[in-house]
Ligand binder design. Structure first.
Ligand code: GLY
Length: 424
């Protein structure tokens, strides 16, 4: 199988690593990829406009892949999967219409309402909203304010705060940018990321994971794209995954079919596990980053065959997924100034920079014989072990060997779970 992966971050590095391990894979390509990906795939740095369907089609026609895997949400929301499918390519990733589940928070709320899925109460404000309407809407929420840009915002769209002035400032900023904004009630309980392969009404869950979104230890600091994750979740009730599948993912998949926009690809359910069980915080239309780096490290089933079955409408015939026992942890090494203003160019040194069992490259560029930071999230360090504490120790032992001036990471990824401090 010849496969093209679209994207260039740690998630795509994890996808390429998993695909490479599938014996049916003969050739891997990445667009644009990064210098570190060249170990696994032919990289196409000249195809950096991943949200330009015509450019992605041009590359696919040049390569003739048996499968195209679209990593990030931006090309999916831009309709890249549709254009490739129209030309006969098998694509892992939803259509533009189905990707609205992430592309518009309001759309996701409408789907959930129709499907009877538990989620936060929400109100939408649109550009031009009057000061009095905004203040009245804020009065109906709090003390935790959850303010979301309706559209894609590259991880900067959500503010969760108890500071009403900060909530108001985010409302104003989103509206001033010309986008609708959602105010939501705050959902209590530990967060779960559950990724499901979806092919019409067929839903196959992967292992549940938990991300850590705040920049600093103890869930302090600004929201980020995610600073680290662990999988599976030792605190999740035994029927936790099946409840999420039955109460959330299957009803949503059916509703998408009913609307005439069936979902095909990866449906990421971001949930809070509250007193009543799972409630949806958000959906994403692609693999999560960095949870994927940990989740796929435990997958035993051949990844290319799994993604190809999803893309070609044969997911129901796929044998049950097989997983390694034990736990996996990924810790993000971020650049100085991340997330507000990451500093690029810091030299990275580590004996493990070329070992994808230990380090995946999220935002690096080649410099001389080595690598420098070229993004906010720079490396995803991996650890596995029979217990969560062992996986944590393995990941942090790799990090101890990494040097990157100004870089920082959280020291508490998976710690509360490993210490048994999370209960539902
Ligand atoms: N881990 C959060 C995300 O992928 O959106």
């Amino acid at each position: 199988m010849r496969i093209l992966v679209i994207g260039s971050g740690g998630r795509e590095h994890a996808l390429l690593k998993g695909l490479k391990a599938d014996p049916l894979v003969s050739q891997l390509h990445a667009a644009p990829g990064s210098a570190a990906f060249a170990q696994l795939a032919t990289v196409h740095p000249e195809y950096s406009q991943v949200d330009d369907p015509a450019r992605m089609l041009e590359l696919a026609q040049a390569i003739s892949p048996d499968l195209v895997v679209v990593g990030p949400e931006v090309p999916l929301v831009a309709g890249v999967a549709d254009v490739l499918r129209e030309q006969g390519f098998a694509v892992f990733g939803p259509s533009q219409a189905a990707a609205q589940i992430e592309g518009s928070k309001q759309f996701a709320k409408e789907v959930m309402a129709a499907a009877g899925v538990a989620t936060a109460r929400a109100e939408q404000l649109t550009p031009g909203a009057q000061d009095g309407d905004i203040e009245a809407a804020l009065d109906r929420f709090g003390p935790h304010f959850v303010v979301k840009d309706d559209g894609l915002a590259g991880g900067k769209g959500v503010v969760v705060t108890q500071d009403r002035a900060q909530a108001r400032a985010h409302v104003d900023a989103v509206l001033a940018a010309g986008n609708p904004v959602l105010l939501e009630s705050f959902l209590e309980g530990p967060e779960v990321s559950l990724f499901c392969l979806v092919d019409g009404e067929t839903v196959v869950p992967l292992l549940p994971a938990q991300d850590h979104k705040r920049a600093f230890d103890g869930d302090q600091g600004p929201n980020t794209g995610g600073m680290g994750a662990y999988t599976p979740l030792p605190w999740l009730p035994a029927d936790g995954v099946s409840r999420i599948v039955e109460e959330v993912c299957v009803p949503v998949a059916r509703e998408m079919v009913r609307r005439g926009t069936p979902y095909s690809g990866l449906l990421y359910a971001g949930l809070a596990w509250g007193p009543q069980g799972p409630a949806v915080v958000e959906f994403n239309c692609r693999f999560g980053d960095p949870e994927t780096q940990a989740v796929l490290s435990l997958l035993r089933s051949p990844l290319a065959q799994v993604l190809h079955a999803t893309a070609t409408g044969t997911l129901a015939q796929l044998p049950p997924l097989e997983w390694e026992d034990g736990y996996a942890v990924t810790v993000v090494l971020a650049a100085e100034g991340y997330p507000a203003a990451p500093v690029k160019g810091a030299q990275i040194t580590s004996p493990d920079l070329g070992d994808t069992a230990k380090i995946l490259h999220a935002g690096t560029a080649a410099a001389g014989q080595g690598f420098v930071a070229s993004g906010g999230r720079v490396l995803n360090v991996l650890g596995k072990g029979p217990q969560l504490a062992d996986a944590r120790a393995a990941a942090y032992a790799v990090l101890d060997q990494v040097d990157m001036p100004g870089g920082f990471y959280r020291s508490d990824i998976g710690l509360a779970a490993a210490e048994g401090q999370i209960s539902v």
